[in-house]
Design a protein around this ligand. Sequence first.
Ligand code: ARG
Length: 459
Amino acid sequence: MKLWGGRFTEDTNVLVENYTASIEFDVRLAEMDIQGSLAHARMLGQCGIITEQESEQIVNGLSALLSDYRAGKLEFRVDDEDIHMNVERLLHERIGAVSGKLHTGRSRNDQVALDMHLYAREAVVQAIAGLRKLQGALVQQAESNLDVIIPGYTHLQRAQPVLLSHHLLAYFWMLERDVGRLQDAGKRADMMPLGAGALAGTSFPISRQAVQEELDFSQLYENSMDAVSDRDYLIEILAAASILMMHLSRFSEELVLWSSEEFGWIELADAYCTGSSMMPQKKNPDVPELVRGKTGRVYGHLIALLTVLKGLPLAYNKDLQEDKEGVFDTFDTLLPALELFTGLVNTLQVRANRVASAFTHDFSNATDLADYLAVKGVPFREAHELVGKLVLRAIAQGSNLAGLEFSIYQEASAAFAKDIYDVLGISQVVAARGVRGGTAPEAVKQQLNLAKDRLLMVQ
Ligand code: ARG
C-alpha cells in the first residue's frame, strides 16, 4: 500500500515504480532526512499541533531509526519510492499509527529541499577543509624549495625563469578563490525551506523559526514557491566545483609533464603511482591523470542541472529529483581528488640537479638583455630586435647568450659593457623581478607569508 495510495484503484506498473523511485540514490540523505524529521516533530509538539506525548513518541522512534541506520540495520525498499517514504514506513513499523502524524504541515517537496540543503551545507564544509589541506601542502613545498629555479613557459616555450615556489603558489591563489566561491555558495545552501509545504505554505500554525534554529540555519526562505523550486545553490556549488576541478586538472597536467623523463623535474612518490602489467620499468602518474580525466564529469553535472531547470514552471516538478546524483557524484569526485592531491604534493621530490641542467641551452634571459639596453637608452623595440639577432647567432654556434664573446656584443651595440655577463645569470634574472607579485626570492617570500597568513586566519 502506497502512502499516497488513497485515490488509486490500480497497482503501480512495476516499470513505473522502478523508473520513478529515487531510493537507490537518495538513501544517501537518510541521516539528513531523519534529522529534519526530528526537528519537525519537536516543533509540531512545541506548537501544540500534535501533543507533547505524540511528539516524544515520534522523536524516540526517529532516534532509534537513526541509530539503526548508523549501525547499517535499516532496509530500504524500492516500492517505498524514496528516502522520505521509506523512513515513514520504517517509523510506522516501529511506533505504529502515531507515526502518521509526523507529516502534518509538511510535504515531500519541502522535505527533500531541506534534506538537500543539509547535505550541501555539510559537503561544502568538507570540500573547504580538503582545499585548506592542499593549500597547506603547496605552502610547505613552496617553502622548502625556495632556491629552485625552473624555466617558466608561455605557449609551452621557454619564456623567463621563475622560482618553483612561485609556480606552486600560483595554485595556492587559485585554490584560495575556490574556497571563496564555495563559501559564498555555502551561504545560499544555509537557508531553511521547511514550512513551504507542497508549494503554498501550510495552514497549520507551525514555527519555521523553531526548525531553523534547531537545525542551525542562518536564513529561511521568504517565499514558499521559491523554497521548493530553488536549486540555484546547487548550481553554484557545481560551478564552483567545476572551476576547482579545472584547477586540479591543470595542475595534474603539469605533474604528469614534470614527472616525465623529458622534464624530470620531480619524482612522484611510489605510493602515489602505479605500474604497467607489461612494461616492467614503468611508473605511471595515474592519480593526476584520473583527476584530469574526471574533471569532465563534474562539468557534465553542472550542465545537466542547468538544463534540468531551464524549462521548469514553478513550483515542484519531478524533474527536480534529477538534482541529486550529479551533486553526490561531484563531491564523490572532488573530495578524494583533494585528499589524493594533498598526498601527492606532500610527497613529491624535486630533482634539483635535473632542473638546473634545464638551463644549459636556454634563452630565458633574453628579455633581461633587452631590458639592459633599454636602461641604457636604446629604445626597447630596437633592443628587442638586436637581442633577437644575438639569439640566432648563439643558436648557430650551439651556445647560449652567456656563451657569446664580448666582441660580438660590442659589434652589436656600443651600449654593451662587460657587466652584461652579470645580468645574464639565471639567479640575477629571477632576482631582478622584485615587483610585488613577481618571482624574485624576496617577493616570493612575502607572497609565502601572505599565503601562510591566510591559512592561519582560517584555523
Ligand atoms: N524523491 C523526490 C525528489 O527527489 C522527493 C519529492 C517528491 N515529491 C513529489 N511530489 N513527488 O525530488
